[in-house]
Design a protein around this ligand. Structure first.
Ligand SMILES: [Zn+2]
Length: 232
């Protein structure tokens, strides 16, 4: 069982580590330079929510949840790749996983994701979504975890702390969430609601490449804390 680290020093080290490795991977030498890190034993399934006819929630600009979740998932993959953590994406394109669009497509889509998780047998699952609410004033990123999973709760709390420190008006606390994608597996996991598309200011942030990157960066740090990688 991995230990979730919470102290500030490790969080700072985590940021330095990610930045350094990405700099090395992107500009100086090949990714092979970090291939011997102890992180290569880990596998993470990234689940970009929705897709295809199921766009999820929609912002006032017409942007869909499914577009943004895919972009954030790909950014997290880039960071984890640089750290030699293997990644399996439930989807790599704008398409859903339901096959033919017909009655029951949503459950087929979820079951296809479940199959991918089972086949990958990862150490961790991170599902990425965006929120929406009738009141446009609701805003803020929030992390959810399945009840009865203590390690998922610890990861969710540590990532929520990072969001609170680094994002504008993140929600105060992580919560238990009753989601199929979390309940369908014993793999520890979290569902990240990265913000509210129903809030115009947050929608503007969520559309921006810079803010998507910031969220991806924080998710990556949460994952690293979970795997205790800041110790090497
Ligand atoms: Zn969603």
């Amino acid at each position: 069982m991995f230990v979730v680290l919470k102290n500030k020093l490790n969080i700072i080290l985590c940021y330095i580590l990610v930045f350094t490795l990405l700099f090395v991977a992107n500009s100086v030498t090949s990714i092979a330079s970090v291939a011997t890190s102890p992180s290569n034993k880990f596998c993470v399934v990234l689940d970009a929510g929705h897709g295809g006819v199921d766009g999820g929630c929609v912002g006032s600009t017409g942007v869909t949840e499914s577009e943004i979740t895919l972009k954030i998932a790909k950014k997290v993959e880039k960071y984890l790749d640089a750290l030699n953590i293997s990644v399996v994406q439930t989807r790599n394109t704008a398409d859903g996983l339901y096959g033919v669009f017909a009655s029951g497509f949503k459950m087929r889509d979820l079951r296809a994701r479940e199959e991918i998780i089972k086949k990958a047998n990862p150490d961790l699952l991170v599902s990425i979504h965006l929120n929406s609410y009738t009141s446009p004033s609701s805003r803020g990123a929030q992390v959810f975890y399945a009840k009865d999973s203590e390690v998922s709760k610890e990861l969710a709390n540590s990532l929520q702390e990072l969001f609170q420190k680094n994002l504008v008006q993140a929600r105060k606390s992580a919560l238990v969430g009753d989601y199929y994608i979390l309940n369908c597996t014993n793999t520890p996991g979290i569902l990240v609601e990265c913000g509210f598309l129903s809030n115009p200011e947050e929608e503007a942030l969520l559309i921006s490449d810079e803010y998507q990157d910031k969220i991806a960066y924080n998710i990556t740090c949460g994952v690293l804390n979970y795997f205790d990688l800041t110790q090497f």
